[in-house]
Design a protein around this ligand. Structure first.
Ligand SMILES: *Cc1c(COP(=O)(O)O)cnc(C)c1O
Length: 379
């Protein structure tokens, strides 16, 4: 993991801009001279220069050939998916999926004549979901909110053997902890809004893949309009310089809290891939270099007491996003998975009191005290 410290700060080597500036240039132009542009490195639309530059940086971190940043994680996800599937195709999604991606499949695919099915986290369930028209397998690992892990290498082998593309949403791991492309995955997508941006203030998305997919992806991206402003690209690039620093601290803090909560009376269960008790711990250890900054746990509270717990937290803030320097907490049953029936939620293992904690870079023992204090108040 060590080399990421330097790579994050100098991803494209020494800056050689004619101005001598240490920070990267941005080109906020929405119009370009169309004559005599032979030498232009990034011809294009709007802030393509900066979208491709930040994409190149994220590609470096992911170990991929080429990348682009877009206006949100969902822009990256829909661009990636819609570049490669068409009428008559079948897509397999892992069952634990970001809500927006699930909505894209359930609401948009039927209109386009694209079939899909869900698979569990096991290789058997992906194998069972294969059909003659399967074109794409799409998954998240670790996945929301129980941090389920899919074995990337085996999955990529299964897909390649059947001529199927693979897309992995690497948002929860970040490129500091996991490199799906090294395991044979074709495309990595990110909600940059989370760890890559890291400050809960910058919506963007990223997509990394092989150079050969560049034209196809850029043409889909252009059609669906997910441009990202040069100013936002600049903020993304700045955020990425501290990615390794932040994520390592988040890994450490999350491991500390997962251990702490596991030993705390009044906590029913803790889900964190770094805990030997996690059902996918062995695979996580094989394919991740750190276990990430997200964990979930279930406090043992009487009905109706969860709001008291949340109200008594003084550092950790109840809010929906994740991956930032501020620790945030949310109850999936009330937020991300609110739209499902309680039976459906229970079948996914999401009980009403389950809490997802996105661990920030604060002092770990202060975070532990915050949780312990709020729990005592709510019990
Ligand atoms: C937040 C999130 C997304 C969507 O990203 P946006 O930037 O909000 O569009 C996709 N996948 C995962 C795993 C996420 O957490």
């Amino acid at each position: 993991m060590e080399d990421f410290d330097t790579l994050c700060v100098h991803p494209l080597g020494r800056n050689v801009h004619p101005s001598g500036s240490v920070a990267s240039p941005i080109y906020p132009s929405a119009a370009y001279d169309y004559t005599g542009n032979e030498g232009l490195r990034y011809p294009g639309f709007y802030s393509t220069y900066n979208q491709l530059r930040t994409g190149e940086i994220i590609a470096k971190l992911e170990g991929g050939e080429w990348g682009v940043t877009l206006s949100s994680g969902m822009a990256a996800i829909s661009t990636a998916i819609l570049s490669f599937v068409q009428q008559g195709d079948h897509v397999i999604f892992a069952a634990d999926l970001y809500g927006g991606t699930m909505a894209l499949a359930e609401q948009e695919f039927p209109k386009r004549g694209i079939a899909f099915s869900y698979a569990g986290n096991t290789m058997e369930s992906f194998r069972a979901a294969l059909s003659g028209t399967t074109k794409l397998i799409y998954l998240e690992t670790p996945a929301n909110p129980l941090l389920g892990i899919v074995p990337l290498k085996q999955l990529a082998e299964l897909a390649r053997a059947n001529g199927i593309m693979t897309i992995v949403d690497n948002t929860f791991a970040s490129p500091i902890n996991q490199h799906p492309i090294a395991h044979g995955i074709d495309i990595v997508v990110h909600s940059g809004t989370k760890f890559l941006g890291g400050h809960n203030d910058l919506p963007f998305g990223a997509l990394v893949t092989a150079e050969m997919h560049r034209e196809k992806i850029l043409s889909t991206a252009k059609m669906y309009g997910g441009s990202l402003s040069a100013q936002a690209c600049y903020l993304a690039e700045r955020s990425l310089k501290t990615l390794a620093l932040r994520v390592k601290k988040q890994n450490e803090n999350a491991m500390y809290l997962a251990d702490y909560l596991s030993g705390l009376a009044g906590i029913r269960s803790v889900f964190y891939p770094g805990l030997p008790s996690h059902p996918n711990h062995v695979i996580a250890k094989e394919q991740m270099s750190g276990f990430g900054g997200i964990l979930s746990f279930e406090p043992d509270l009487n009905a109706g007491r969860l709001p008291i717990f949340l109200k008594n937290l003084s550092i950790i803030q109840p809010a929906l996003s994740l991956g930032g320097v501020e620790s945030l907490i949310c109850a999936p049953a009330e937020t991300s998975h609110r739209g499902l029936t309680s039976e459906k939620r229970r079948s996914l293992g999401i009980n009403d009191h389950l809490l997802r904690l996105s661990v920030g870079i604060e002092n770990a023992s202060e975070l532990a005290s915050d949780l312990q204090h709020a729990l005592a108040k709510a019990q």
